[in-house]
Design a protein around this ligand. Structure first.
Ligand code: LMR
Length: 400
């Protein structure tokens, strides 16, 4: 009966990683996956994470009992403080519903699943381009997916006019998915003025705002600055769905630590929303996992550890900025045709180079440099040993 099942193409992101891993070439470079690497090209366990893990391992009180369906309270409270700010009225008035999730993806899946079930509208807006998993999740949910213009590939900048026009045309009650900071894949974020316009049109059209927030601390190196847009939207009276991930900023990729926070108009509504979110969690993974969330909760709730974590974050965001600048400088020195200023205007872990799919193919086939078909590179894959090689590769595909 299942003989007709077609083969699904490889995942857009992880498929490239698989190809990289299978390539025996000694000069190969991995600019595909959004995961931090040191200048030696190695994964980095944050020192604060290692220290916390060692301390937790001694904790005789730890057992392997189930966590509550909605997760660790200390984790949920500190996650809300991290994104909203400790003095947020939402927190002081207890107007939020939060659940611990299996990574940022779990937070998106639960949040969008909730909206699919309870929103009056089945229309969901995604930016063009966006993280490919957004589309997949909404497709699985049976949502009506629409796109709004976000990035102008000809001018290499935000398509401000297109974005506002498309959102203005959205039916009332539709959900709009925004990247709260360090847009993936473009690395191009709205300016404060542009965020204000986006907020106005969301209010005007009574849209539901869903914020994918996976890179706090990676854009500016400052956690509060990176939360500016989220906090501005809240100040303007909007209620938000916020999907947080600790994969990147804690380097806890395989621990799958995420949090979904929904801000509500009253504590009573927050309790109701939380009870419904818990139903969705219970039917997908039942209870969340402990290890990663306990590390995050321990660090976020201890001022000295929190300070150390911020230092670790700085190390990562500084190295990424250096690589961004270094790639730009090398392309300039090589005289690579085109204006590369967008590399510097973009922020965070990614850069949307502007390379076209046929150029990406040559980069991979000829130079064994792996990047997304969209032209996105992860700056984390660059280091002092491969920078020249990558810059020359880009130069060559552009000039030949
Ligand atoms: C990426 O965009 O490379 C990361 O967020 C990894 C993923 O899950 O796709």
């Amino acid at each position: 009966e299942f003989s007709e099942i077609p083969l699904c193409p490889p995942d857009v992101v992880f498929g490239v990683l698989d190809s990289f891993n299978q390539d025996p070439d000694p000069n190969k470079v991995n600019l595909s996956i959004g995961a931090y690497r040191t200048d030696e090209g190695d994964p980095w366990v944050l020192p604060i994470v290692k220290a916390t893990e060692l301390a937790l391992a001694q904790d005789v009180l730890q057992d392997h009992e189930y966590l509550p369906i909605s997760g660790l309270t200390a984790f949920l409270d500190s996650s809300a403080r991290l994104v909203l700010g400790a003095s947020s009225t939402i927190i002081l008035e207890n107007r939020y519903a939060a659940v611990q999730t299996i990574g940022g993806t779990g937070a998106i899946r639960i949040g969008l699943g909730f909206l699919k079930k309870f929103s009056k509208s089945n229309v969901f807006y995604l930016p063009t381009p966006t993280w490919p998993n957004h589309n997949k999740i909404l497709t699985e949910l049976g949502a009506e997916i629409r796109s709004y213009r976000y990035y102008d590939v000809d001018k290499n900048c935000l398509d401000e006019k297109g974005m506002i026009e498309d959102l203005r045309a959205a039916p009332e009650g539709s959900t709009v998915i925004l990247h709260g900071v360090a847009h993936n894949p473009t690395g191009m974020d709205p300016t404060k003025d542009q965020w204000k316009q986006i907020c106005d049109v969301i209010k005007e059209r009574s849209l539901t705002t869903f914020v994918d927030f996976a890179y706090q601390g990676f854009a500016s190196g400052d956690l509060d600055k990176d939360a500016w847009a989220v906090r501005y939207f809240i100040e303007q009276g909007l209620n938000l769905f916020i999907a947080q991930s600790y994969s990147k900023n804690f380097g806890l990729y395989n621990e799958r630590v995420g949090c979904l926070t929904v801000t509500c108009s009253s504590p009573k509504l927050a309790s109701c929303v939380k009870s419904q979110l818990a139903v969705l969690c219970r039917t997908i993974w039942s209870n969340p996992s402990n290890h990663g969330a306990r590390i995050v909760a321990t660090v976020l709730n201890n001022p000295a550890m929190f300070a150390e974590w911020k230092e670790n974050l700085r190390v990562m965001s500084d190295r990424l900025s250096q690589m961004r600048q270094a790639l730009y400088d090398r392309l300039r020195v090589l005289g690579t045709p085109g204006n590369w200023d967008h590399l510097l205007a973009q922020i965070g872990m990614f850069s949307y180079t502007g390379l076209k799919p046929n150029q990406v193919e040559i980069m991979t086939k000829k130079f064994h440099i792996y990047l997304m078909k969209s032209g996105r590179i992860s700056l984390a894959g660059l280091n002092s040993k491969n920078l020249d090689y990558v810059a020359k590769g880009i130069h060559e595909v552009i000039t030949t």
